[in-house]
Write a new protein. Sequence first.
Length: 605
Amino acid sequence: MAPRPPGVGRRVALAGLSFLGAGVLAFGVMAPPERCPTVTAPELRASATEAVDWFVRNQKPDGTWLYHYDAQADQEFDDEYEVVRHAGAVMGLYQAAGAGIPGALDSADRGLAWAQDHLVERDGWTALSYRGRTATGAAALLVAGLAERRDATGDERYDELLAGLGRFLVAQTEPSGAVLAEYDLRSGAPQPGAYSVYFTGENYWALTRLHLLFPDAAWGEVADRVGDYLATRRDDVEDYWPAVPDHWAAYGLSETVTFPERAGDEPLTDDEVAYAREQAGSFGAQVRWVSQRFGPWGALARAPHVPRGGGYGVVGEALTGLWRTARVDPRLADIRRPLAEHALCIAGLAVDRQVDPTEATTYPDPSRTRGAWFRDGETRMDDQQHALAALLRTITIVESTGSAGGRGGAGSDGASSPPSAWLWAAALVAALNPFRAAHGVPRTDDDRPDRRRMAAVAALGGAATAAVVLAVALAGDGLLDLLHVSDPAARIAAGAVALVVGAADLIRRPPSPEPALPGWRAALVPVAVPLTLRPALILLAVSAAADRGAGLVAAALAVAVSALALTAAPSDGVGGRVLMWAARVTAAALVATSVLLLVDGVLAV
């Protein structure tokens, strides 16, 4: 038996180690397993009922609620009481009343009475003011709550109050659609240049509700102006980067698509459709992160903290609002399913994290903990409000889709349009990098290497590589399901690993040609094994097959193997230098395509 030529074993061993390291990076860090519990409509309703009961038990005689509570110390911090969150609690309870949750209407009405004691009137409008703060968001959420109450009860007694609050919202809206956050009662004017991350979306939603209740008034025109500002200019004008994930805007979009004057096949403007997609991607990324956090080693791969109850809630509110929007506008039809799956996933995780009756008994005061959501031993009133709203709105998704969630990964085969076939093909060819691999094709030791033999060796080794990679790609969907990794997360992992490999190829020298081994080993050992263990190639193939099918992978590999066979030649002289530069250009292409895939995975719904 001929001795093994020096260097071949080392190359194979290094390829194996790099493959192992890439696997740890890909599925240990970049795309760890995701966990999405199953959840049914009765479970969602039961959890929402527990949240309402928390509000009922923890409402004070004046109509306010327990605001901020440390369960371990059994200590409350009501000196922080915040008027916008009070209005939000009123709104959330009226939503629950509309869903028929016992106790919700009475508790909300008591909260409304407190709000009525803190109304101010100026210049024909009405606002909610507390401790010297007259916030636009408080009036907006009170409008939304009263609109929910009117729908639930048919009671029109608060129509005049709705109109007065609406006039305040209009007064706080600038001609551009920007919404001023505060009104200064002392100066008698809005605070100039003061904006809020969320008040604009709250204003938008409130005005859409007013327009649907009172279509003959001018609310719709102002709502459209605010909606256009949100979709086109808000993040730039108010200097938000990255773009603000705005669940209140999702509420507004879900109402806007039902405007009578927008009836038709395309109720949203093109800008609003683009904004809805952007928001869907942002919240989809949050669900992937949270579901990964609760996977087998998520605490190691993700941030140690878990979301607040409000965190689960705002994500769920956004996803349910965007799902309602996508049901109406056909241009968003491709994201309906992933939106539904993400909403079910975050709702299931929220139900799991809620303090149940048994767990509540382990705390000093079970009446303040049961039905609540805690982080670091603390809860706030808005944790229950946001979670409550999200759970209630998710019931409609369960009933409409007949799904209970519980998939291994959020949206694992329901993601929105994947990257183009051309991008995937370019990434796969660049990952195999035939011009770089050509440098390592075995050659004889004589002065005139047999080019025909080298081409045959390269073709044989490349074909063996393609066969193995394609076999893995064919099993890609099953592999991702087994690992509980969603398609966008797999895209992120593949893009990250390919980015590292491409950057390394840019600075590393190409492999040196090895002396030929006898028989079939001449191709399979020094050519096929390092290529097959090339981590970027395997991961990209699996992700590409999941996104675009194994046929695309086969076609791209065929092109790459053909290029390898055609360019296999001694790496000296002008031809060798051209080949080296071609290898570096291809490595740069791998970096570029990897970045695009990585960004696409992050922003995917």
